[in-house]
Write a protein that binds this ligand. Sequence first.
Ligand SMILES: NC(=O)c1ccc[n+]([C@@H]2O[C@H](COP(=O)([O-])OP(=O)(O)OC[C@H]3O[C@@H](n4cnc5c(N)ncnc54)[C@H](OP(=O)(O)O)[C@@H]3O)[C@@H](O)[C@H]2O)c1
Length: 319
Amino acid sequence: MNRISVGVLGASGYAGQELCRLIARHPQLTLRFATANEQRGATVRLGRHVVQYIAADEAPLHDVELVFSALPHGASKVWVERIREAGARAVDLSADLRPGNGCEGIPYGLTELNRRFVDGASVVANPGCYPTSILVALAPLVEQGLIRPDATVVVNSASGVTGAGNSPKRDLLFGEVAEDFRAYGIGNTHRHLNEMRATLEAWKASCDLVFTPHLLPLARGILSTMVVPLAEPLSDPLEPWRAAYNAEPFIEITSDTPALRDVRHRNVVRISAAPLEGMRAPALLVTSAIDNLMKGAAGQAVQNANLMLGLEETAGLPA
Ligand SMILES: NC(=O)c1ccc[n+]([C@@H]2O[C@H](COP(=O)([O-])OP(=O)(O)OC[C@H]3O[C@@H](n4cnc5c(N)ncnc54)[C@H](OP(=O)(O)O)[C@@H]3O)[C@@H](O)[C@H]2O)c1
C-alpha cells in the first residue's frame, strides 16, 4: 500500500518526538522529514525510525501531503503559511492559530466536538493540553444547559514537566521540581485562558472560568478538577457525558476517580463526576485526566490528521 508522506517541524521537542513515534507505528503514514533548530544534524531513534534532524529551511515541504508543526508559539504561524504555499495540509500544535489568539476561523481540533470542521480541512489548530483536559470535560454540561447561568467554574489542573517543552529552564531543573508541588500562572493569567474563554464564548456559555495550573514532579500527564455550579441537581452525575460521548473511542467515562496512570501513553480523555456534598446550591466536581503529549498534543494531532486525510480516525493511535 502507498503510504502518505508527512513531515514534522520541531521534531526534536517533546511533542515532535511523540509525533515521530506515532507516525512510525501508523499503518498509512510515512515520515519524510523531521526538523530541529539547535539539535539539527543529530541522529536519533524514534520508534521504528532512525531520524536525522534537518533545519526547517531545508524541509522538502513540496514532497509531503501534510506537515505537523510542533514549533514554539510565535514561530509556527509563518511556517503554516509556507506549508500551505507548498500545497500541503498543516496541523499546528502551537497556540498561534487557536481561538482567542487573534486568528479566528481556523478549524479548532478538539476532534470529538469539531469533527465536521476537521474532516478534509487543509489547516487545523490543535488544542492546548490544558484546554483539552478541561473543554472536553465541560462541553456536555454547556451543551445540555446544565451549568447555572453566570456561574464561576473553578478549575485546578496539575501537569507533568514535559508540558513546558525541553529547552533548558532553571525552574524546571530536577532539583527545583522534584519533591515539590506548586501553582503558577496564578490570578487567572495563564495563556491557555484565551483559548478556553474564546471556545466557551463560541459555545454561548455564560460562565466565568478561574483556572490555576500546578506543576507536578512527573514527566507527563494532566489531572484537572473542576467545580461546576449546576442549574439543577443531577440524578445521575455521569449521564451528561454518557449521552454526549457514548460511542467515542478516545473518551472514557468512569465512576472511579481518573488517575494519570490510567491515561499515560494513551490518546484518551478519562472523565468522572460526583455531586458536591454540603453545598447551599447544587454543584458537581468533574475530574479529567489526559497524557499531555498524547491526547494533549501529538495523539490528538494524528487523530485530526487522519480526518483531514480521509483515513480512519483511530488509525495508528493507541486506545
Ligand atoms: N509539551 C506539551 O505537552 C505540549 C502540548 C500541547 C501543545 N504543545 C505545543 O507544541 C509545540 C511544541 O512543544 P514542545 O513542548 O514539544 O516544545 P519543545 O520541546 O521546546 O520543542 C520545540 C521544537 O521546536 C524547535 N525550535 C525551537 N525554536 C525554533 C525556531 N526558531 N525555528 C525552528 N525550530 C525551532 C526545537 O528545536 P531544538 O530542539 O533543536 O531547539 C524543537 O524541535 C509548542 O507550540 C507547544 O505549545 C506542547
